[in-house]
Design a protein around this ligand. Structure first.
Ligand SMILES: [Zn+2]
Length: 195
């Protein structure tokens, strides 16, 4: 894949997501629709729709880990599953502070984002046997950031055979694991003392 596809303004995928009440979760929308297997339980839960200018990355830490799909909380930043994963185990490392750009982050935030990223790689390797990672940040909407106003680093585990024909023929990406299951597995694999 090239970069991290995120396009919250694209039509059909976004419409499907809104109709399923998923906006109460934090995540970075992209242009793929997803074929959830075996079912889409996580998305079927109803809930209050957030206000349009509400920032999901600011709200998530105030929710339970299970509800917000958080796998680890640090002092300056936290880690959660992307609601719109490119692959199973697609994590986001997010500072608690609402800053948009990497060069606005404090030294403490940068260190913890980096440390959490390293831990995330180790945990994902241990629990999922992935073969590699895509790690990076989209800075600004023009660069593809779905939630451009709040800094977030993507960590996407990759497997040798994780690309298939679904995205090409149907604009759909098959995600074989439910988000709730993946969250629990990653959270349980996370070292008790981060740092
Ligand atoms: Zn925010």
């Amino acid at each position: 894949m090239g970069g991290f596809p995120e396009d919250p303004l694209s039509g059909s995928a976004d419409d499907d997501i809104v109709s399923e009440g998923s906006n109460e979760f934090a995540g970075v929308p992209d242009s793929f629709q997803r074929l959830w297997t075996p079912h889409r339980m996580v998305y079927i839960q109803d809930g209050q729709q957030p206000h349009a200018d509400d920032c999901p990355f600011c709200r998530a830490p105030g929710m339970s880990d299970e509800k917000a799909l958080i796998v680890a909380r640090g002092t300056h930043a936290y880690v959660l599953l992307n609601l719109f994963p490119y692959n199973s185990g697609h994590l986001l490392v997010v500072p608690y502070r609402h800053v948009a750009q990497y060069d606005e982050a404090t030294p403490e935030e940068i260190v913890e984002i980096a440390t959490l990223t390293q831990t995330a790689m180790r945990v994902l390797s241990a629990v999922s046997n992935c073969d590699g990672f895509n790690i990076g940040m989209n800075q600004g909407r023009i660069a593809g950031a779905g939630i451009a106003d709040h800094l977030h680093q993507h960590i996407v585990p990759r497997w040798a055979l994780d690309s298939n024909f679904f995205p090409i023929i149907a604009g759909t990406k098959a995600i074989p694991r439910l988000l709730g299951d993946v969250r629990r597995e990653v959270a349980e694999g996370w070292p008790a003392a981060v740092e």
